[in-house]
Design a protein around this ligand. Sequence first.
Ligand code: IPE
Ligand code: IPE
Ligand code: MG
Length: 246
Amino acid sequence: MAQSTSPSPPLSQGTGLHVAIIMDGNGRWAAARGRPRAMGHAAGVTALRRIAEAAPLHGITTLTVYAFSADNWNRPRSEVAALMTLLRRSLATEVDRCVRNDVRLSIVGRRDRLPNPLVRAIESAEEATASGRRLWLRVAVDYSARDSMARAAACWSQPLPPTREEFAAILAAVDASPVAPDVDLLIRTGGEQRLSDFLLWESAYAELYFTPRMWPDFDAADLGRAVAEYRRRDRRFGALPQAAAG
Ligand code: IPE
Ligand code: IPE
Ligand code: MG
């Protein structure tokens, strides 16, 4: 069937890009330097600061990063504790920078299993940055796309299935976050080529970009290369390429 209009992505808002990043490779980065894994996670925070500052320069208005998955609870207790402390401290130290840079911060995921001091740090960071408009930085913590979808499905009690928009709204609510646009570009650092239960619904038509660069080494130039590659891709959303659509 011929298409007279160019296809538009479902659930998209605004004109800026939504980039999602699986920030992987912290542990290997540290091990390669003979340092403890926690050191790699600390270097990962520095990398995130760098990328959040560069993101608006590349047309990115929403950036969702994977900081701690629901399955990461299965790591050694000492690493989990170090990550929880790092998250709490980083939230506290980064809030002022976010306010200065007009960045809105949201944490996506379950909160009921997080330590209370971290939950309090999340709430105060979200409140302090709520008016940020230049970049919406969403940090996934205790996040599992499959668990979120299962919990969202359990919230639906109507006889007819929800529309995509309705389901997206419930999904956002179970993850304690406002609805975000669909992901345009999903980047994974660290060399693995898998999704590890990240944004499975929101990335239905995301362009995927895998790089061997370990997350602590990922810099603004790497982000620029990923976005440039994204801009060369032909997104069709199930329709025909523009030239063939007639
Ligand atoms: C990603 O880096 C950060 C978290 C999962 C918290 P890893 O800790 O998975 O680093 P690698 O993959 O072991 O190198
Ligand atoms: C995904 O990385 C989670 C985060 C980056 C926070 P993992 O290192 O946990 O993923 P797998 O185990 O290699 O799939
Ligand atoms: Mg990993």
